[in-house]
Design a protein around this ligand. Structure first.
Ligand code: MN
Length: 542
């Protein structure tokens, strides 16, 4: 009989693992989330997912020998005993997929939106070996779900048992049969109560087919304060083992103060302990992972808090757990850091916090093509005499330039004193090209307000004026990640903003902190989400 590994091979082969060296289907499998009243006696699970891919269909999946044996039913299963439905055998899916509801990116295998249309338990009828029954071409299954109940029969047309084989699905004339029953009359998810349209409009989860199955389901939003894993963090003493995102993390000195309060606004910017930093990294981990995955990350560490000098840390530490991804920088010179961390999982984020990494600075290029940036950076770095109003003037002038050029650009406050703008690009440019382009735009902007801008390198030569720093557009030069904390009193956070917010009189570069960022995310979501999708070519500056 085929092993679980064999059965999943075809599923994995459908997926493109070329972008990550990590093989699929590895690692510990967390206990699946069971529907009410199911699974207690070890009963096998079933799920039906309503899936709008190229065409609408219902995926009927039955747990058999540790995998989900799957059939695509274009018109959906019905309780009507007089109706026969076509069912096409599809790839076995991993058990982790049973609870998946969300969106699969366009262009990937199964791209579209998925709801958990029904789920429950099932038992084979007249056999103890459902795999053999399926191989023989006829399975009788008693389903106990919210919508589907009673005895269903799957009968293969033809001899071959393979993906693509055609089957008939029908419901027996039994007490659960309902004449005229149409699945399209019951469109809501049994997991969330939502329809496919509602999930597509505001998905909570995505399925990352590049990742191993146990970590393929990814959140699209920050975690809520009620998240049970976050509650468990608060119950830990000064340290201990904390289970988060499928990993056991050893946390230490959780009550140590890393950042003092901001005395000007202690309510919004209170003392930040290591527990607070771990909690922040955990809450925004689903967002951080977008901006850090696939890139080396440079860390600004303050293991003893702001009272001692912080330092840059680039090398992957030898004591880091095996599950943290490393990347060897092929162009590293002698004496340079050879091996970097790549924070590509939710669990990596609180691990970094426990390591004392207050600031996270990802590379602007991906490890897969480290000499090709995926965004161009604008850093509006105020001088000593630059007022916040003047930073806003410079930012608005940049906005006008991007509008004029027809370029999508995404601003964020740094959490410190300035504003940065990320301009996503196709990964086809060299750093010299993005740096020249950024310099060209910024010099054009600066020429309109020469009294505000200096092009001198040394801080003392700038006469207190702002600097438009294009030099960060270089390999291994970085700017702070969105949602990273800054090493300043009260834990201000680098927060994406809309261009319109430049005109909000309440805007400050350090407006949002570890204590207040989640409330903002509840309202506005991740304003940087399109940075990763919106690849564009840079227009000539003429
Ligand atoms: Mn499907």
């Amino acid at each position: 009989m085929a092993t679980t590994e064999d059965r999943l091979r075809r599923y994995r082969d459908k997926r493109d693992f070329s972008r990550t060296p990590e093989p699929g289907g590895e690692g510990a499998v967390p206990a699946p989330e069971l529907p009410e009243g199911a699974g207690a006696g070890g009963a096998a699970r079933f799920v039906v997912q309503r899936h709008r891919a190229r065409r609408l269909h219902y995926d009927l999946r039955l747990e058999v020998d540790g995998v989900l044996v799957s059939f695509a039913v274009p018109k959906g299963p019905t309780l009507d005993p007089d109706v026969r439905r076509l069912a096409v055998r599809t790839e076995d899916h991993p058990m982790e997929y049973a609870d998946f509801e969300g969106v699969i990116p366009a262009g990937e295998y199964g791209g579209g939106d998925v709801i958990v249309w029904d789920r429950g338990t099932w038992t084979p009828h007249d056999t103890h070996d459902p795999a053999a029954a399926i191989a023989a071409g006829e399975l009788h299954a008693d389903l106990r779900g919210d919508k589907l109940r009673g005895r269903f029969v799957l009968i293969r047309r033809g001899d071959r048992d393979a993906p693509g084989s055609q089957w008939l699905l029908l419901h027996k004339h039994d007490d659960d049969a309902v004449a005229g029953w149409d699945p399209e009359d019951h469109p809501r998810s049994v997991r969330s109560g939502r329809t496919n349209d509602e999930v597509a409009d505001d998905p909570e989860w995505t399925w990352d087919s590049d990742a191993p199955a146990d970590r393929a389901e990814r959140r699209l939003h920050h975690r809520s304060a009620e998240d049970p894993e976050l509650a468990a963090l608060d119950e830990l003493g000064r340290g201990g083992t904390w289970r988060f995102a499928g990993r056991d993390l050893r946390l230490t000195n959780l009550d140590k103060v890393l950042l003092p309060e901001d005395p000007a606004r202690p309510d919004d910017a209170p003392v930040v302990t290591k527990r607070d930093l771990v909690r922040h990294h955990a809450r925004v981990a689903p967002l951080l992972v977008r901006y850090l995955a696939g890139r080396a990350v440079n860390l600004r560490r303050y293991p003893d808090g702001l009272s001692k000098a912080g330092f840059w840390h680039k090398a992957a530490p030898a004591h880091a757990p095996d599950w943290l991804t490393r990347w060897r920088y092929p162009d590293a010179g002698r004496g340079e850091t050879q091996e970097y961390l790549v924070a590509d999982s939710e669990a990596a984020m609180p691990w970094l916090a426990n390591f004392g990494a207050v600031e996270l600075h990802p590379w602007t290029s991906c490890t897969a093509a480290h000499d090709r940036p995926t965004y161009a950076l604008f850093d509006i770095d105020p001088g000593e005499d630059t007022t916040w109003e003047e930073v806003l003037v410079l930012a608005r002038l940049h906005r006008t330039a991007f509008e004029h050029l027809g370029v999508a650009a995404f601003p964020k406050v740094t959490g410190s004193r300035g504003i940065q703008v990320w301009v996503p690009v196709e990964p086809r440019y060299t750093f010299d090209q993005t740096r020249d382009w950024v310099e060209g735009v910024s010099r054009a902007v600066g020429a309109t307000v020469p009294e505000l801008v200096s092009w001198e390198w040394g801080r003392s030569d700038r006469g207190g004026r702002a600097r438009l720093d294009y030099t960060q557009n270089a390999v291994n030069r970085t700017l702070v990640a969105p949602y990273s904390v800054r090493a300043r009193p009260g834990g201000p956070v680098s927060a994406p903003i809309t261009w319109d917010e430049l005109d909000d009189p309440g805007l400050r570069p350090d407006r949002w902190t570890v204590a207040t960022i989640a409330e903002r995310l509840d309202r506005v979501g991740d304003l940087f989400a399109r940075v990763l999708e919106h690849r564009q070519r840079l227009p000539s500056l003429g």
